[in-house]
Design a protein around this ligand. Structure first.
Ligand SMILES: Nc1ncnc2c1ncn2[C@@H]1O[C@H](COP(=O)(O)OP(=O)(O)OP(=O)(O)O)[C@@H](O)[C@H]1O
Length: 337
């Protein structure tokens, strides 16, 4: 299927069309703006981590992506088709793990999945038992498949929800807090499943509070704060852009800070050197200024920012964020204020 879409591109060409995208997405709940003006783009083949503090709008955005919540304004395009018109075509190719997947408490895990499988348009009746068995194996729930859903732990319920998302091969899998309630082994299994999906070319959207997990598993990130997207793109690019700090090792800390201040370059003194914000200057300019001022420069290093630092900068009060201290760096054992 091909043709012009709302966003002016051609559907049916998976490489060119993002797996999902939104334009001006907004959701207001009785006066509460949950999501505002969100332009999200999920490239095909990406593993996109959706990050944000509690209440920043991640779940609401995911629910709108899946057609579970109607936007107050804006548009959603899923696998090249606009919602809600294209839902019947695109949703069978989308697997989702969202809160409250609606399993029946008195049926077993297997019976619940058999019911879910019966509703899959791309799964013929004869293939249902095998598909259910494979999904249960894949999420590590085969041993408990015949127990009632009611008696499942939170982690087992999460696994069953995930099994539902993986019943048939999908082009897009959307996971809202998939490690919620899982033990470390379960968390590792989710990581493996996501890596397998990525290797098979499936696009994955995953919301998470676990920054280390996102840093380890995602190719792309979208950071939400107070209902809006404050950053999105390839994880590596965002980390590079965020690492706008230069660490200069020098025994003459005060002279270094003074020399840079004379050139309107803000710098902070550390125990064995200085830290320079590179937002408004460059590393060569800093070094040249210091050398011209006669300050001995022993080492210059660009500081790599972790996702945690970046996240804090994007979502915390700017004054607090400026105080973030990279304590893991040997050059900066402590601040001298
Ligand atoms: N059904 C609803 N009715 C009223 N307000 C809602 C509803 N769903 C979400 N909200 C509000 O919308 C805002 C965004 O909530 P949302 O659940 O999307 O955030 P989140 O980033 O997923 O949060 P968390 O990380 O805590 O799960 C919050 O202020 C929340 O209270």
């Amino acid at each position: 299927m091909s043709g012009s879409t709302e966003f002016g591109t051609v559907a049916g060409s998976p490489a060119a069309v993002p797996a999902a995208r939104t334009r001006g997405l907004r959701k207001v709940y009785r006066g509460t703006v949950a999501v505002d003006n969100v332009d999200l783009e999920v490239p095909t083949g990406a593993v996109l981590g959706m990050l944000g503090p509690n209440g920043s709008g991640k779940t609401t955005t995911i629910r709108m992506l899946l057609g579970l919540v109607t936007p107050t304004a804006g548009e959603v395009e899923l696998l090249g088709r606009k919602l809600p018109e294209g839902a019947a075509e695109s949703l069978p190719e989308v697997g989702a793990l969202v809160e409250g997947p609606g399993f029946h408490p008195f049926l077993s895990g297997r019976e619940n999945l058999l019911r879910a499988a019966a509703a899959e348009p791309h799964l013929s009746t004869s293939r249902i038992p095998a598909a259910v068995g494979a999904a249960l194996e894949r999420v590590g729930l085969a041993h408990a498949a015949n127990r009632r859903f009611r008696g499942y732990s939170l982690g087992m319920k999460q696994r069953l929800g995930l099994a539902g998302a993986l019943l048939v091969p999908r082009r897009l899998v959307v996971l809202d807090e998939p490690t919620n309630g899982l033990d470390p082994a379960g968390t590792r299994e989710i990581r493996t499943i996501m890596a397998d999906l990525h290797a098979a070319g499936t696009t994955v959207v995953v919301s998470s509070h676990l920054l280390a997990e996102v840093e380890a598993t995602c190719t792309h990130v979208a950071v939400l704060n107070q209902g809006t997207v404050v950053a999105q793109g390839e994880l590596a690019d965002l980390l590079d852009a965020g690492s706008a700090t230069l660490l200069v090792s020098t025994p003459e800390v005060e002279a270094a800070v003074d020399a840079l201040r004379d050139h309107r370059i803000p710098a902070r003194s550390l125990a064995e050197g200085i830290r320079v914000d590179l937002t408004a200057t460059t590393a060569p300019e800093v070094v040249e200024t210091l050398v011209k001022a006669g300050v001995p420069v022993h080492e210059v290093r660009r500081q790599r920012t972790g996702l945690e630092d970046l996240f804090a900068r994007l979502t915390e009060d700017p004054v607090d964020a400026a105080e973030l201290d990279p304590t893991s760096d040997p050059l900066v054992p402590q601040e001298t204020r």
